[in-house]
Design a protein around this ligand. Structure first.
Ligand code: HEC
Ligand code: HEC
Ligand code: HEC
Ligand code: HEC
Length: 439
């Protein structure tokens, strides 16, 4: 089984020109204009450009949002007139409407995430268009407003204009203030055309490395990252200090040894009631994985190059599609760009993903076995607390490395090397813990 969605290959990044897109996409390989200016004269609408031929706002350095400046959020619809094609492509995110029930597809999760909300209700992600709807409909309870961090610019703006105390608002009070899901403000503030990081925790977590990361990676890396809520204040925070410390080893060290409570215990999102393991729940570390050690394309492409292919509009001007789709479903992008090196990108990448998915599932079976054996050991009374704690510590680390892969939405495609490194560690640690039972 694969998390990968089986979608038809008909969606070609743009909004216009249905069938013509495919044909012109292929022609553009042979007749590709060499500059964006050339692209404006004569290339057929709907054509997707090779990366080098497009102008990319996202390759530059991002702006940092101004706080306490009295600004209110402009809505996507406010920009429709000025940027009709971008707006239309943005609205196309409605088409990504499929949800996979992870608990049905991966029943191991019910055990591994017990008793956390994700063990009761866990649907796959879908298009940005649905994010407010999805957070309201999840069966997981939300107490505080912090859960709105990655869902709506209304909350982002409130944090920026009021201060961190709004993280402690109640979820439902905040709900009254939400007028729109992820929108132009999220990535541009009120100035589309400029990329602005509006989530200040991203700025803090990168420190001096902020300028080293292309703007388009930071735009997505505001939410497609591993984060936690600071104990007590509930402030959304990232478990790292710079680019170097966003490696999974360093993140685990942060949770184990930096973010400790008054008893010296490392941070935990939840504790399994049967085993007593204080677990870390990882969340979608796409940014860390794609820009991490071993990434083939981490230094040559941005998230936008693969997920927001540049399209020639009806007016002949190129624009980045804001329909955030898989490059594997963007045949025109594959023809114009990826096929320069990849003979059959789709099969090649799907094969990598399938292997990762199979291994991830196998390791989750091992982790379930460990969980059940540990629960029996706890129940048996035959182990000292010290002995149990030694097993618990290793079980916690093992599940962290497995989850780092499981919840990363590309199933290995972003960085097969780092992904396999995590799976190797998860597997070795699980086996180590399984070897510690004496009875
Ligand atoms: C999830 C983040 C995100 C959202 C939401 C978003 N954009 Fe963008 N936008 C980007 C990125 C990233 C780029 C740069 C793409 C590149 O360089 O390849 C960009 C580029 C642009 C550009 C510059 C185009 C160019 O030719 O350089 C404009 C204008 C723009 N966006 C308008 C909008 C409008 C209007 C909205 C809302 C309807 C919007 N964006 C929503 C991320 C976003
Ligand atoms: C403000 C937070 C935020 C930003 C910024 C953001 N995303 Fe997302 N993204 C989300 C959330 C939340 C979801 C899940 C929505 C749902 O399922 O309701 C999501 C879902 C997606 C999906 C669909 C995943 C699926 O399984 O179908 C893609 C693709 C995606 N984002 C790509 C991007 C890219 C590329 C960027 C940068 C240009 C970006 N996102 C920026 C929060 C964000
Ligand atoms: C080299 C191309 C490439 C780059 C660059 C890239 N991705 Fe991806 N991404 C992929 C591929 C391939 C997949 C798997 C798509 C599939 O399942 O069809 C993927 C999947 C995803 C998904 C899940 C989408 C889905 O439909 O399930 C998200 C979310 C995502 N990427 C976000 C990002 C973010 C954020 C960045 C930048 C930090 C990024 N990607 C950079 C190629 C890329
Ligand atoms: C300049 C050559 C080049 C271009 C252009 C290129 N790639 Fe790659 N890509 C590579 C190489 C080399 C690898 C590593 C292959 C390996 O390890 O077997 C790779 C690996 C990948 C992987 C990791 C999974 C795998 O198959 O190993 C993904 C995903 C990927 N590329 C996506 C893309 C996408 C999407 C495009 C077009 C937007 C693209 N690539 C364009 C050279 C390229």
């Amino acid at each position: 089984m694969s998390k990968a969605k089986k979608k038809i290959l008909s969606d070609i990044a743009g909004i216009c020109c249905g069938i013509a897109v495919l044909a012109t996409g292929i022609i553009s390989v042979a007749m590709a204009p060499k500059t964006a200016a050339a692209a404006e004269s004569g290339t057929a609408p709907g054509t997707v450009l090779a990366v080098a031929e497009a102008e990319h706002t996202g390759k530059g350095v991002a702006r940092q949002v101004e706080t306490m400046s009295g600004v209110t959020v402009l809505h996507a619809a406010d920009w429709e007139e000025k940027y009709p094609e971008i707006y239309a492509s943005f609205m196309k995110n409605q088409e990504n409407d499929e949800i996979v029930d992870y608990l049905k597809e991966y029943p191991q999760l019910v055990t591994l995430y017990e008793p956390y909300g994700f063990s009761k209700c866990y649907g796959s992600a879908r298009g940005h268009f649905y994010d407010v709807n999805d957070i309201l409909e999840t069966g997981r309870p939300h107490a505080m407003a912090q859960c709105w961090t990655c869902k709506t610019p209304d909350f982002t703006n409130l944090v920026n204009e009021t201060g961190p105390e709004v993280y402690q608002y109640s979820f439902d009070d905040m709900r009254e203030l939400v007028s729109e899901g992820i929108s132009c403000y999220s990535c541009h503030a009120n100035d589309p055309g400029e990329i602005t990081v509006t989530h200040t925790y991203v700025i803090e977590a990168l420190g001096a490395d902020f300028e080293k990361v292309p703007a388009a990676d930071l735009a997505c890396g505001q939410c497609h990252v591993e984060y936690y809520f600071y104990p007590g204040t509930g402030v959304t925070s990232l478990p790292r200090f710079d680019l170097e410390t966003m490696h999974p080893d360093a993140i685990l060290d942060y949770y184990n040894n930096v973010l400790v409570d008054e008893n010296g215990l490392g941070f935990a999102d939840y504790t399994n009631p049967r085993t007593g393991v204080r677990q870390i729940k990882v969340q979608h570390p796409e940014f860390e994985t794609f820009l991490g050690k071993g990434s083939i394309h981490g230094s040559t492409y941005t998230c936008a190059d693969c997920h927001m292919g540049t399209v020639i509009g009806e007016s002949g001007t190129a624009y980045p599609s804001h329909y955030l789709t898989s490059p594997l479903e963007n045949q025109a992008l594959i023809d114009a760009e990826c096929s320069k090196c990849h003979q059959d990108l789709v099969s090649e990448v799907r094969a990598v993903m399938e292997k990762v998915d199979t291994r991830t599932t196998e390791i989750s079976d091992l982790l379930v076995d460990l969980t059940e054996k540990l629960a029996v050991a706890v129940e048996s009374g035959e182990y000292t607390e010290e002995e149990l704690d030694a097993i618990r510590a290793i079980a916690r680390d093992a599940q962290f490395y497995w989850d780092f892969v499981f919840v990363e939405n590309s199933e290995g495609a972003h960085n097969p090397s780092l992904t396999n490194e995590c799976l190797d560690k998860a597997e070795a640690l699980t086996n180590e813990a399984l070897g510690m039972f004496t009875a």
